[in-house]
Design a protein around this ligand. Sequence first.
Ligand code: SF4
Ligand code: SF4
Length: 346
Amino acid sequence: MSLKLTKKSFSNSFDKLKEIYTIYAPKRSPKQGRFCDTDIIKYDVINSSDEIVFNEKSNYAAKEVLSPITETLFYFTDNEYRAKKIAKKPILMFVRACDINAIKRFDDIYLKNGGFVDSFYAGIRENISFALMECPSKGWDTCFCASMKSNIVNDDEYIFGIQLGEEIKVDIKDPSLTEIFDGSQITYHVPVVEENLISVKIPMISNKDVQAKVKDLDLWKEYDKRCIKCGSCTIACSTCTCYTSYDMSYTPDSNAGERRRINASCHIDGYTDMAGGHSFRPSAGERLRFKTMHKIHDHAKRFGGEHMCVGCGRCSDHCPAFISFSTLVNKLSVEVDKLNEEDING
Ligand code: SF4
Ligand code: SF4
């Protein structure tokens, strides 16, 4: 059932939803942006429907609800520990189609990777429902979700869809919510972004020989100087899941403390360092190659599904060196086509 709501009516519905769920949505933090006098939009708990930022892309991804930059996993003393309490109240997240697909990539890593289930992630994940927010007809300027097929979500993956612009329209998927919303009946379904301003061609690596040659492409060397190894792209990325952990003692002379999980980045010094001082990928180009291949080749190969990258464009939005990930992937595609051809022609 689809309804058109007034602002007042949606506000009332929101208050009813708030009784059932803790609600997360993109929220504006004024003057907290990266540059003077700029705001930042990131996921946070929302207490009023007016706080939801609908008309702009959030600077940071929805993943922060499930994987905050830093989180405590458990508390310990000398010989015992206690896991952190996971809130029992269900969570409702206002997200875009790419966000739902990005969290499915997170599920691959945290729930389906080598038979290991991350209980901390699973505890919060099973409590989450999604409200699907409509995007502009072509997304935003750096989006390429249509190329990554993350523009589509199944009807059973969200409990209602919503347009929250000049008009407020909801498409209720979960029948238990019909009591929550009050409006006039219309025909509405969150439209799919069929095409973005940018399109990306994913390289089709024909065999292992070609894959080995990709590693040595001169293309990567271009980024040795451009990329400053800051890691901004991975922190903002909808699908980067890497983390490290450390134990923090409360006082220098006790064994009481907590274990924290902290986002890590494959772009940053130290990520591949080993005992003895060896580092696997010292140059910026090698690190960018590793991330790129992970996003548009390795993940899909391992899990047999879609590529890890969902085309949200946040890596490009955040890069201080103006490295465009979509441009990089398109350049790689051209090089891989040449390698495939050379391979066929011997
Ligand atoms: S690699 Fe870039 S475009 Fe792809 S999911 Fe991560 S931030 Fe988004
Ligand atoms: S944001 Fe740009 S400069 Fe920083 S690590 Fe990523 S690609 Fe390199």
